[in-house]
Design a protein around this ligand. Structure first.
Ligand code: SAJ
Length: 416
Protein backbone atom coordinates (compact mmCIF):
# COMPACT_ATOMS: atom_id res chain seq x y z
CA UNK A 1 0.00 0.00 0.00
CA UNK A 2 1.34 3.39 -1.00
CA UNK A 3 1.01 5.93 1.77
CA UNK A 4 3.96 8.26 1.54
CA UNK A 5 5.20 10.02 -1.61
CA UNK A 6 8.42 11.98 -1.99
CA UNK A 7 8.60 14.28 -5.04
CA UNK A 8 11.99 15.68 -5.98
CA UNK A 9 11.66 19.04 -7.75
CA UNK A 10 8.55 21.09 -7.04
CA UNK A 11 8.48 23.43 -9.99
CA UNK A 12 5.94 23.86 -12.78
CA UNK A 13 5.14 20.13 -12.92
CA UNK A 14 6.32 18.74 -9.58
CA UNK A 15 4.24 21.08 -7.44
CA UNK A 16 0.90 20.53 -9.23
CA UNK A 17 1.57 16.76 -9.27
CA UNK A 18 2.45 16.74 -5.55
CA UNK A 19 -0.72 18.73 -4.85
CA UNK A 20 -2.91 16.31 -6.78
CA UNK A 21 -1.59 13.33 -4.81
CA UNK A 22 -2.00 15.34 -1.59
CA UNK A 23 -5.58 16.20 -2.56
CA UNK A 24 -6.19 12.46 -2.67
CA UNK A 25 -4.93 12.18 0.89
CA UNK A 26 -1.46 10.79 0.34
CA UNK A 27 1.22 11.97 2.71
CA UNK A 28 3.34 13.98 0.27
CA UNK A 29 6.74 15.60 0.79
CA UNK A 30 7.88 18.02 -1.90
CA UNK A 31 11.66 18.34 -2.03
CA UNK A 32 13.54 21.22 -3.61
CA UNK A 33 17.07 22.62 -3.36
CA UNK A 34 15.58 26.13 -3.42
CA UNK A 35 15.05 27.05 0.25
CA UNK A 36 12.81 29.99 -0.59
CA UNK A 37 10.41 27.71 -2.52
CA UNK A 38 10.28 25.32 0.46
CA UNK A 39 9.73 28.11 2.97
CA UNK A 40 6.87 29.52 0.89
CA UNK A 41 5.36 26.07 0.39
CA UNK A 42 5.35 25.38 4.12
CA UNK A 43 3.47 28.64 4.57
CA UNK A 44 0.96 27.52 1.95
CA UNK A 45 2.25 29.85 -0.78
CA UNK A 46 3.43 29.25 -4.33
CA UNK A 47 6.18 30.99 -6.28
CA UNK A 48 4.83 30.25 -9.76
CA UNK A 49 1.77 31.55 -11.58
CA UNK A 50 -0.74 28.87 -12.58
CA UNK A 51 -4.54 29.14 -12.43
CA UNK A 52 -6.16 27.31 -9.46
CA UNK A 53 -2.81 26.06 -8.10
CA UNK A 54 -2.66 28.58 -5.27
CA UNK A 55 -5.97 27.49 -3.72
CA UNK A 56 -5.13 23.82 -4.10
CA UNK A 57 -1.73 24.24 -2.42
CA UNK A 58 -3.26 26.31 0.39
CA UNK A 59 -5.82 23.61 0.98
CA UNK A 60 -3.49 20.58 1.01
CA UNK A 61 -0.74 22.27 3.05
CA UNK A 62 -3.20 23.54 5.65
CA UNK A 63 -4.58 20.01 6.03
CA UNK A 64 -1.04 18.65 6.39
CA UNK A 65 -1.10 16.39 3.32
CA UNK A 66 1.69 18.31 1.56
CA UNK A 67 4.90 19.52 3.21
CA UNK A 68 8.10 20.97 1.81
CA UNK A 69 11.63 19.89 2.64
CA UNK A 70 15.13 20.48 1.30
CA UNK A 71 15.98 16.80 1.86
CA UNK A 72 14.29 13.58 0.70
CA UNK A 73 12.85 11.15 3.25
CA UNK A 74 11.69 7.54 3.52
CA UNK A 75 8.68 6.98 1.25
CA UNK A 76 6.84 4.32 -0.74
CA UNK A 77 6.97 6.23 -4.02
CA UNK A 78 9.67 8.62 -5.29
CA UNK A 79 8.95 10.91 -8.24
CA UNK A 80 11.76 12.79 -9.98
CA UNK A 81 10.48 15.98 -11.56
CA UNK A 82 13.50 18.20 -12.07
CA UNK A 83 14.58 20.32 -15.09
CA UNK A 84 16.40 18.80 -18.06
CA UNK A 85 17.83 21.86 -19.85
CA UNK A 86 19.99 21.80 -22.97
CA UNK A 87 23.59 22.96 -22.96
CA UNK A 88 25.28 25.14 -25.59
CA UNK A 89 25.89 22.11 -27.81
CA UNK A 90 22.14 21.42 -27.80
CA UNK A 91 22.55 18.31 -25.71
CA UNK A 92 20.53 17.35 -22.64
CA UNK A 93 22.09 18.31 -19.34
CA UNK A 94 21.05 15.46 -17.05
CA UNK A 95 22.89 16.65 -13.96
CA UNK A 96 19.68 17.51 -12.07
CA UNK A 97 18.16 14.09 -12.85
CA UNK A 98 21.34 12.30 -11.79
CA UNK A 99 21.66 14.32 -8.58
CA UNK A 100 17.98 13.81 -7.74
CA UNK A 101 18.36 10.06 -8.25
CA UNK A 102 21.49 9.92 -6.09
CA UNK A 103 19.76 11.98 -3.39
CA UNK A 104 17.04 9.36 -2.86
CA UNK A 105 19.46 6.40 -2.64
CA UNK A 106 19.89 6.55 1.18
CA UNK A 107 16.10 6.41 1.57
CA UNK A 108 15.31 3.61 -0.89
CA UNK A 109 13.89 0.40 0.57
CA UNK A 110 12.82 -2.89 -0.98
CA UNK A 111 9.38 -2.57 -2.57
CA UNK A 112 9.66 1.16 -3.33
CA UNK A 113 8.62 2.65 -6.68
CA UNK A 114 10.73 5.23 -8.53
CA UNK A 115 9.18 7.31 -11.32
CA UNK A 116 10.95 9.72 -13.65
CA UNK A 117 8.64 12.53 -14.85
CA UNK A 118 11.21 14.91 -16.34
CA UNK A 119 11.33 15.09 -20.15
CA UNK A 120 14.48 13.14 -20.95
CA UNK A 121 16.41 11.68 -23.89
CA UNK A 122 15.57 8.10 -24.86
CA UNK A 123 17.44 5.70 -22.57
CA UNK A 124 17.59 7.93 -19.49
CA UNK A 125 15.47 5.61 -17.32
CA UNK A 126 17.11 2.34 -18.37
CA UNK A 127 20.70 3.48 -18.97
CA UNK A 128 21.15 6.20 -16.33
CA UNK A 129 18.60 5.84 -13.50
CA UNK A 130 18.56 2.04 -13.39
CA UNK A 131 22.37 1.64 -12.97
CA UNK A 132 22.42 4.29 -10.21
CA UNK A 133 19.75 2.37 -8.24
CA UNK A 134 21.53 -0.94 -8.92
CA UNK A 135 24.64 0.42 -7.22
CA UNK A 136 22.71 0.07 -3.94
CA UNK A 137 22.49 -3.68 -4.59
CA UNK A 138 18.83 -3.57 -5.57
CA UNK A 139 17.47 -5.65 -8.41
CA UNK A 140 15.48 -3.11 -10.42
CA UNK A 141 12.09 -4.51 -11.46
CA UNK A 142 12.11 -6.92 -8.49
CA UNK A 143 13.28 -4.99 -5.38
CA UNK A 144 12.64 -1.51 -6.77
CA UNK A 145 9.97 -0.82 -9.39
CA UNK A 146 11.05 1.79 -11.92
CA UNK A 147 9.34 3.66 -14.75
CA UNK A 148 8.90 6.77 -16.85
CA UNK A 149 5.58 8.64 -16.58
CA UNK A 150 5.66 12.06 -18.27
CA UNK A 151 2.96 14.70 -18.00
CA UNK A 152 1.29 16.21 -21.05
CA UNK A 153 -0.17 19.35 -19.50
CA UNK A 154 -0.32 22.78 -21.06
CA UNK A 155 0.84 25.68 -18.83
CA UNK A 156 -2.24 27.72 -17.98
CA UNK A 157 -4.49 24.66 -17.67
CA UNK A 158 -2.25 22.30 -15.70
CA UNK A 159 -4.61 21.27 -12.90
CA UNK A 160 -7.38 20.20 -15.26
CA UNK A 161 -5.10 18.49 -17.76
CA UNK A 162 -3.24 16.56 -15.03
CA UNK A 163 -6.53 14.95 -14.19
CA UNK A 164 -8.10 14.45 -17.60
CA UNK A 165 -5.28 13.90 -20.12
CA UNK A 166 -4.30 10.40 -21.16
CA UNK A 167 -0.84 9.24 -20.13
CA UNK A 168 1.80 6.92 -21.52
CA UNK A 169 3.61 4.97 -18.82
CA UNK A 170 6.85 3.15 -19.53
CA UNK A 171 7.91 0.48 -17.07
CA UNK A 172 11.33 -1.09 -16.75
CA UNK A 173 9.22 -4.28 -16.70
CA UNK A 174 5.49 -4.95 -16.79
CA UNK A 175 4.96 -5.09 -13.05
CA UNK A 176 6.64 -1.67 -12.65
CA UNK A 177 4.30 -0.13 -15.25
CA UNK A 178 1.24 -1.67 -13.58
CA UNK A 179 2.25 -0.42 -10.13
CA UNK A 180 2.80 3.12 -11.49
CA UNK A 181 -0.56 3.08 -13.26
CA UNK A 182 -2.27 1.98 -10.03
CA UNK A 183 -0.90 4.86 -8.02
CA UNK A 184 -1.49 7.54 -10.70
CA UNK A 185 -5.06 6.32 -11.14
CA UNK A 186 -5.78 7.92 -7.76
CA UNK A 187 -6.21 11.23 -9.59
CA UNK A 188 -5.81 10.59 -13.36
CA UNK A 189 -9.15 10.14 -15.11
CA UNK A 190 -7.67 9.86 -18.62
CA UNK A 191 -6.56 6.54 -20.11
CA UNK A 192 -3.13 5.24 -19.17
CA UNK A 193 -1.27 3.22 -21.77
CA UNK A 194 1.49 0.88 -20.62
CA UNK A 195 4.72 0.29 -22.53
CA UNK A 196 8.51 0.13 -21.99
CA UNK A 197 10.60 3.09 -20.84
CA UNK A 198 12.33 3.86 -24.18
CA UNK A 199 8.98 3.99 -26.00
CA UNK A 200 7.44 6.28 -23.38
CA UNK A 201 10.47 8.58 -23.50
CA UNK A 202 10.27 8.76 -27.31
CA UNK A 203 6.51 9.47 -27.17
CA UNK A 204 7.06 12.46 -24.87
CA UNK A 205 9.77 13.88 -27.14
CA UNK A 206 7.82 13.23 -30.33
CA UNK A 207 4.62 14.89 -29.09
CA UNK A 208 6.41 18.20 -28.66
CA UNK A 209 8.50 17.66 -31.79
CA UNK A 210 5.30 17.11 -33.79
CA UNK A 211 4.08 20.52 -32.67
CA UNK A 212 7.43 22.20 -33.27
CA UNK A 213 7.70 20.80 -36.82
CA UNK A 214 4.15 21.90 -37.61
CA UNK A 215 4.81 25.42 -36.33
CA UNK A 216 7.97 25.48 -38.46
CA UNK A 217 5.86 24.62 -41.49
CA UNK A 218 3.53 27.53 -40.68
CA UNK A 219 6.51 29.86 -40.20
CA UNK A 220 8.03 28.78 -43.51
CA UNK A 221 4.66 29.31 -45.17
CA UNK A 222 4.66 32.88 -43.81
CA UNK A 223 8.03 33.57 -45.38
CA UNK A 224 6.89 32.08 -48.69
CA UNK A 225 3.62 34.05 -48.69
CA UNK A 226 5.39 37.30 -47.87
CA UNK A 227 7.71 36.68 -50.80
CA UNK A 228 4.80 36.00 -53.13
CA UNK A 229 2.62 38.81 -51.70
CA UNK A 230 -0.11 36.47 -50.46
CA UNK A 231 -1.84 36.89 -47.10
CA UNK A 232 -0.67 33.87 -45.08
CA UNK A 233 -3.55 34.11 -42.59
CA UNK A 234 -6.07 33.81 -45.38
CA UNK A 235 -4.20 30.82 -46.82
CA UNK A 236 -4.21 29.09 -43.44
CA UNK A 237 -7.86 29.87 -42.82
CA UNK A 238 -8.95 28.31 -46.10
CA UNK A 239 -6.50 25.35 -45.97
CA UNK A 240 -7.86 24.45 -42.55
CA UNK A 241 -11.36 24.09 -44.02
CA UNK A 242 -9.99 20.82 -45.46
CA UNK A 243 -11.08 17.99 -43.14
CA UNK A 244 -7.56 16.57 -42.75
CA UNK A 245 -5.45 19.74 -42.68
CA UNK A 246 -4.51 21.70 -39.56
CA UNK A 247 -1.84 24.29 -40.28
CA UNK A 248 -0.55 25.78 -37.03
CA UNK A 249 -0.09 29.49 -36.28
CA UNK A 250 2.98 31.30 -37.52
CA UNK A 251 4.49 33.80 -35.10
CA UNK A 252 7.64 35.44 -33.75
CA UNK A 253 9.14 32.06 -32.81
CA UNK A 254 8.75 29.13 -30.46
CA UNK A 255 9.60 29.38 -26.78
CA UNK A 256 9.11 27.60 -23.49
CA UNK A 257 11.05 24.80 -21.91
CA UNK A 258 9.44 22.07 -24.03
CA UNK A 259 9.03 22.71 -27.76
CA UNK A 260 12.24 24.72 -28.07
CA UNK A 261 14.21 22.04 -26.20
CA UNK A 262 12.82 18.51 -26.59
CA UNK A 263 13.40 18.08 -30.34
CA UNK A 264 17.13 18.54 -29.69
CA UNK A 265 17.07 15.42 -27.45
CA UNK A 266 16.15 13.41 -30.53
CA UNK A 267 18.66 15.20 -32.79
CA UNK A 268 21.44 14.60 -30.25
CA UNK A 269 20.81 10.84 -30.36
CA UNK A 270 20.48 10.40 -34.15
CA UNK A 271 21.87 13.55 -35.84
CA UNK A 272 22.38 11.77 -39.17
CA UNK A 273 18.68 10.81 -39.39
CA UNK A 274 16.71 13.59 -37.66
CA UNK A 275 16.98 16.09 -40.55
CA UNK A 276 13.43 17.45 -40.63
CA UNK A 277 13.42 17.89 -36.86
CA UNK A 278 16.70 19.82 -36.92
CA UNK A 279 15.68 22.07 -39.81
CA UNK A 280 12.34 22.81 -38.11
CA UNK A 281 14.17 23.94 -34.98
CA UNK A 282 16.35 26.20 -37.13
CA UNK A 283 13.31 27.70 -38.90
CA UNK A 284 11.56 28.45 -35.60
CA UNK A 285 14.76 29.90 -34.15
CA UNK A 286 15.04 32.20 -37.18
CA UNK A 287 11.73 33.94 -36.49
CA UNK A 288 12.94 36.68 -34.08
CA UNK A 289 15.43 37.89 -36.69
CA UNK A 290 12.72 37.66 -39.34
CA UNK A 291 10.47 39.91 -37.23
CA UNK A 292 13.43 42.24 -36.64
CA UNK A 293 13.98 42.58 -40.41
CA UNK A 294 10.30 43.36 -40.82
CA UNK A 295 10.51 46.08 -38.14
CA UNK A 296 13.53 47.61 -39.90
CA UNK A 297 11.68 47.68 -43.21
CA UNK A 298 8.55 49.22 -41.68
CA UNK A 299 10.54 51.98 -40.00
CA UNK A 300 12.50 52.71 -43.20
CA UNK A 301 9.31 52.78 -45.28
CA UNK A 302 7.77 55.28 -42.85
CA UNK A 303 10.98 57.26 -42.28
CA UNK A 304 10.58 56.62 -38.56
CA UNK A 305 13.10 56.60 -35.71
CA UNK A 306 14.09 53.49 -33.80
CA UNK A 307 11.62 54.01 -30.95
CA UNK A 308 9.46 50.93 -30.57
CA UNK A 309 6.87 49.65 -28.05
CA UNK A 310 6.85 45.90 -27.49
CA UNK A 311 3.64 44.32 -26.16
CA UNK A 312 4.39 41.04 -24.36
CA UNK A 313 7.59 39.30 -23.27
CA UNK A 314 6.43 35.83 -22.14
CA UNK A 315 6.93 32.82 -24.39
CA UNK A 316 3.19 32.62 -25.09
CA UNK A 317 -0.13 34.18 -24.10
CA UNK A 318 -1.63 34.43 -20.60
CA UNK A 319 1.30 33.01 -18.62
CA UNK A 320 4.11 34.63 -16.62
CA UNK A 321 6.86 32.35 -17.96
CA UNK A 322 9.65 33.91 -20.05
CA UNK A 323 11.83 30.81 -20.41
CA UNK A 324 13.29 30.53 -23.94
CA UNK A 325 10.94 33.32 -25.01
CA UNK A 326 11.55 34.32 -28.64
CA UNK A 327 10.48 37.83 -27.66
CA UNK A 328 13.55 38.16 -25.42
CA UNK A 329 15.67 37.22 -28.43
CA UNK A 330 13.87 39.87 -30.49
CA UNK A 331 14.35 42.49 -27.77
CA UNK A 332 18.07 41.70 -27.57
CA UNK A 333 18.50 42.02 -31.35
CA UNK A 334 16.67 45.35 -31.30
CA UNK A 335 18.83 46.62 -28.43
CA UNK A 336 22.06 45.53 -30.14
CA UNK A 337 20.95 47.58 -33.13
CA UNK A 338 20.42 50.78 -31.19
CA UNK A 339 16.68 50.66 -30.65
CA UNK A 340 15.01 52.63 -27.90
CA UNK A 341 12.46 50.22 -26.44
CA UNK A 342 9.39 50.61 -24.28
CA UNK A 343 8.14 47.25 -23.05
CA UNK A 344 4.68 46.50 -21.70
CA UNK A 345 3.63 43.14 -20.23
CA UNK A 346 1.30 43.13 -17.20
CA UNK A 347 2.08 39.42 -16.66
CA UNK A 348 5.67 40.07 -15.59
CA UNK A 349 6.95 42.34 -12.85
CA UNK A 350 10.60 42.90 -13.69
CA UNK A 351 12.37 43.56 -16.97
CA UNK A 352 14.61 46.25 -18.38
CA UNK A 353 12.60 49.16 -19.87
CA UNK A 354 9.37 47.63 -18.55
CA UNK A 355 6.49 50.09 -18.14
CA UNK A 356 3.51 49.37 -15.92
CA UNK A 357 1.27 51.65 -17.95
CA UNK A 358 0.40 50.98 -21.59
CA UNK A 359 -0.08 54.63 -22.56
CA UNK A 360 3.26 55.64 -21.00
CA UNK A 361 4.89 52.79 -22.93
CA UNK A 362 3.55 54.35 -26.13
CA UNK A 363 4.79 57.90 -25.54
CA UNK A 364 6.84 59.13 -28.55
CA UNK A 365 6.83 55.61 -29.94
CA UNK A 366 6.98 55.13 -33.71
CA UNK A 367 5.69 51.57 -33.79
CA UNK A 368 3.79 49.12 -31.54
CA UNK A 369 4.83 45.48 -31.97
CA UNK A 370 2.22 43.01 -30.67
CA UNK A 371 4.58 40.19 -29.69
CA UNK A 372 2.39 38.10 -27.35
CA UNK A 373 -1.37 37.64 -27.68
CA UNK A 374 -2.33 38.05 -23.99
CA UNK A 375 -6.14 38.09 -23.88
CA UNK A 376 -6.20 41.37 -21.91
CA UNK A 377 -4.35 43.14 -24.76
CA UNK A 378 -7.77 43.15 -26.44
CA UNK A 379 -8.86 45.84 -24.00
CA UNK A 380 -5.95 48.23 -24.52
CA UNK A 381 -6.89 51.81 -25.29
CA UNK A 382 -5.29 52.18 -28.73
CA UNK A 383 -7.25 55.40 -29.35
CA UNK A 384 -5.48 57.04 -26.43
CA UNK A 385 -2.15 55.43 -27.35
CA UNK A 386 -2.43 57.00 -30.80
CA UNK A 387 -2.57 60.48 -29.30
CA UNK A 388 0.82 60.06 -27.57
CA UNK A 389 2.64 58.18 -30.37
CA UNK A 390 4.88 59.83 -32.92
CA UNK A 391 4.03 57.52 -35.80
CA UNK A 392 0.81 55.50 -35.65
CA UNK A 393 2.00 52.09 -36.81
CA UNK A 394 1.28 48.59 -35.50
CA UNK A 395 2.97 45.30 -36.35
CA UNK A 396 0.82 42.38 -35.19
CA UNK A 397 3.04 39.26 -35.17
CA UNK A 398 0.17 36.99 -34.06
CA UNK A 399 -2.74 38.20 -36.22
CA UNK A 400 -4.49 38.95 -32.94
CA UNK A 401 -5.66 42.56 -33.09
CA UNK A 402 -8.66 43.89 -34.96
CA UNK A 403 -6.73 45.57 -37.77
CA UNK A 404 -9.84 46.85 -39.52
CA UNK A 405 -10.85 48.75 -36.37
CA UNK A 406 -7.31 50.03 -35.84
CA UNK A 407 -7.04 51.22 -39.43
CA UNK A 408 -10.33 53.08 -39.04
CA UNK A 409 -8.76 54.71 -36.00
CA UNK A 410 -5.91 55.94 -38.21
CA UNK A 411 -3.26 53.28 -37.55
CA UNK A 412 -1.19 51.73 -40.30
CA UNK A 413 -1.27 47.94 -39.62
CA UNK A 414 1.20 45.26 -40.64
CA UNK A 415 1.27 41.52 -39.89
CA UNK A 416 4.08 39.02 -40.46
N1 SAJ B 1 3.30 28.44 -30.92
C1 SAJ B 1 3.28 28.96 -32.19
N2 SAJ B 1 2.30 28.55 -33.04
C2 SAJ B 1 1.35 27.65 -32.67
C3 SAJ B 1 1.37 27.13 -31.37
C4 SAJ B 1 2.36 27.54 -30.51
O1 SAJ B 1 4.12 29.76 -32.60
O2 SAJ B 1 0.48 27.33 -33.51
C5 SAJ B 1 4.38 28.82 -29.99
C6 SAJ B 1 3.89 29.51 -28.72
O3 SAJ B 1 3.73 30.89 -28.91
C7 SAJ B 1 5.03 29.18 -27.76
C8 SAJ B 1 5.50 27.80 -28.22
O4 SAJ B 1 4.99 27.62 -29.52
O5 SAJ B 1 6.11 30.09 -27.91
C9 SAJ B 1 5.08 26.65 -27.32
O6 SAJ B 1 3.75 26.80 -26.88
P1 SAJ B 1 2.69 25.59 -26.80
O7 SAJ B 1 1.43 26.13 -26.27
O8 SAJ B 1 2.63 24.88 -28.09
O9 SAJ B 1 3.35 24.54 -25.80
P2 SAJ B 1 4.00 24.54 -24.33
O10 SAJ B 1 5.49 24.51 -24.48
O11 SAJ B 1 3.43 25.59 -23.42
O12 SAJ B 1 3.50 23.10 -23.82
C10 SAJ B 1 3.85 21.94 -24.58
C11 SAJ B 1 2.59 21.11 -24.83
N3 SAJ B 1 2.83 20.14 -25.88
C12 SAJ B 1 2.02 19.97 -26.94
O13 SAJ B 1 1.02 20.63 -27.11
C13 SAJ B 1 2.39 18.89 -27.88
C14 SAJ B 1 2.14 20.45 -23.54
O14 SAJ B 1 1.06 19.56 -23.77
C15 SAJ B 1 3.30 19.67 -22.92
O15 SAJ B 1 2.94 19.06 -21.70
C16 SAJ B 1 4.42 20.65 -22.63
O16 SAJ B 1 4.82 21.21 -23.88
C17 SAJ B 1 5.55 19.91 -21.94
O17 SAJ B 1 5.69 20.04 -20.71
O18 SAJ B 1 6.28 19.13 -22.57
Amino acid sequence: MIKKICIIGIGYIGLPTASMFAKHKYDVVGVDINEKVIKELNEGNITIEEPNLKDLVKDVTSKGFLKGSTKPCLADLFIISVPTPINEDKEADLIYVINACKSILPYLRKGNIVVLESTSPVGTTSEIIKPIIEKNNFEVGVDIFLGYCPERVIPGNIIKELEFNDRVIGGINEISAIKIKDIYSSFVKGNMYLTDTNTAEMCKLMENTYRDVNIALANELTKICNDLHINVWEVIKYCNKHPRVNIHNPGPGVGGHCLAVDPWFIVQRVPQIANLIKISRDINDSMPIYVYDKIERILNENKADKVVTILGVTYKANIDDTRESPIIKLINILKENGYNLRIYDPNISEYENLYDDFIKACEDSELIVLAVDHTNFNNLDFKKAKSVMKNKIILDTRNFLDCRYLENEGFKCYTI
